[in-house]
Design a protein around this ligand. Structure first.
Ligand SMILES: NC(=O)c1ccc[n+]([C@@H]2O[C@H](COP(=O)([O-])OP(=O)(O)OC[C@H]3O[C@@H](n4cnc5c(N)ncnc54)[C@H](OP(=O)(O)O)[C@@H]3O)[C@@H](O)[C@H]2O)c1
Length: 291
């Protein structure tokens, strides 16, 4: 089926899962839920403004796609997956249009529950912060729900987010926002480090493929060690740092360059920027693309 024909053939049955926005994160979630058989592709409807993107999602994952966000929002569980700057347009479009029993999960960084509930005129909204390892079902997702959420709805949300990897329900939005600073950007931070270490290996004289292997496999092994032994990162670090040894020489360089403090500053910058994005006035439909 082509993307065009699937546009025309939006399912007559109520979709189980709808996405508003079919970008990077929506695709990661689609991979996870179809991979875990939580929702077959035919029960998923993605509302996405970009025609080429709709075609790609349909061809790669077999999901139904549409340019009509209201059709996607008719699903039993609707995931809001647009950029914070696009959320105003989407909230205006969907305001008062959701069925009473619709479960809404927003993964939009920064946009607060009150804004979402008021903007949608919908009482029950979950705010969640997953990350891209959802693609391989290894996300760490922190989430919280608006007051008055029903138990069955919460169970449904838990099973969706559980299909992405590890899910943690936190008491309030502050917890989700702090996780936004840490878990949200963590894949980017880790890939940044990997790039830097590979380059360092190449500068030493290793061929790039060997530098890549040395970096990636050592990182993977270290994660596995941490996971399986349940020892603290500090204890595991000390085990490989003998006094006067070579590893200590490297760690001293990292400490004296203030790498720890720089990492703290990076996390705080993400947290602050996400909050800033959430405080920005919501754009009107006229200032954004129609979906
Ligand atoms: N990336 C991450 O690691 C991550 C992690 C956790 C949470 N998040 C959050 O997840 C959300 C999505 O991030 P992303 O990285 O997936 O962004 P993205 O790749 O830009 O995806 C957003 C998609 O929505 C489309 N869109 C824009 N306006 C629309 C509208 N009115 N109706 C329907 N679709 C519309 C965009 O199309 P155009 O490109 O044509 O505008 C784009 O394809 C963001 O709020 C972000 O804060 C991201």
């Amino acid at each position: 089926m082509t993307a065009e024909s699937s546009d025309a053939a939006v399912p007559s049955r109520r979709p189980a899962l709808g996405f508003i926005g079919g970008g990077v994160m929506a695709e990661a979630l689609i991979e996870a839920v179809t991979g875990s058989c939580l929702a077959p592709p035919g029960t998923i409807l993605v509302g996405e403004v970009d025609e080429e993107r709709r075609r790609v999602l349909h061809e790669r994952h077999g999901v139904e796609v549409t340019a009509d966000n209201l059709a996607a929002a008719a699903a039993e569980l609707v995931v809001l997956a647009v950029k914070p700057q696009q959320s105003g347009v989407v909230l205006q479009q969907l305001r008062g249009q959701l069925r009473e029993d619709t479960i809404v999960v927003s993964i939009i960084a920064g946009t607060r529950l009150q804004t979402l509930c008021e903007g949608l005129e919908h009482p029950f909204v979950v705010r969640a912060m997953p990350n891209t390892p959802a693609r391989v079902r290894k996300a760490a997702t922190f989430w919280c729900a608006s007051a008055g959420s029903s138990k069955p709805a919460l169970l449904r949300v838990r099973s969706l987010l559980g299909a992405l990897g590890t899910e943690v329900e936190v008491a309030d939005e502050a917890g989700v926002e702090m996780a936004t600073g840490l878990a949200g950007p963590m894949p980017a931070f880790v890939f940044f480090l990997i790039e830097a270490f590979i380059d360092a290996g190449v500068v030493l004289g290793l061929p790039r493929d060997q530098a890549t292997l040395a970096t990636v496999e050592s990182m993977r092994g270290s994660m596995e060690l941490l996971h399986r032994t349940q020892e603290s990162p500090a204890a595991l670090r000390k085990q490989v740092t003998s006094p006067g040894g070579a590893t200590l020489a490297g760690l001293k360089v990292l400490e004296s360059a203030g790498v720890r403090e720089t990492m703290g500053a990076a996390v705080r910058a993400v947290h602050a920027r996400a909050q800033e994005l959430g405080r920005q006035p919501l754009a009107s439909p006229e200032s954004g693309k129609e979906g």
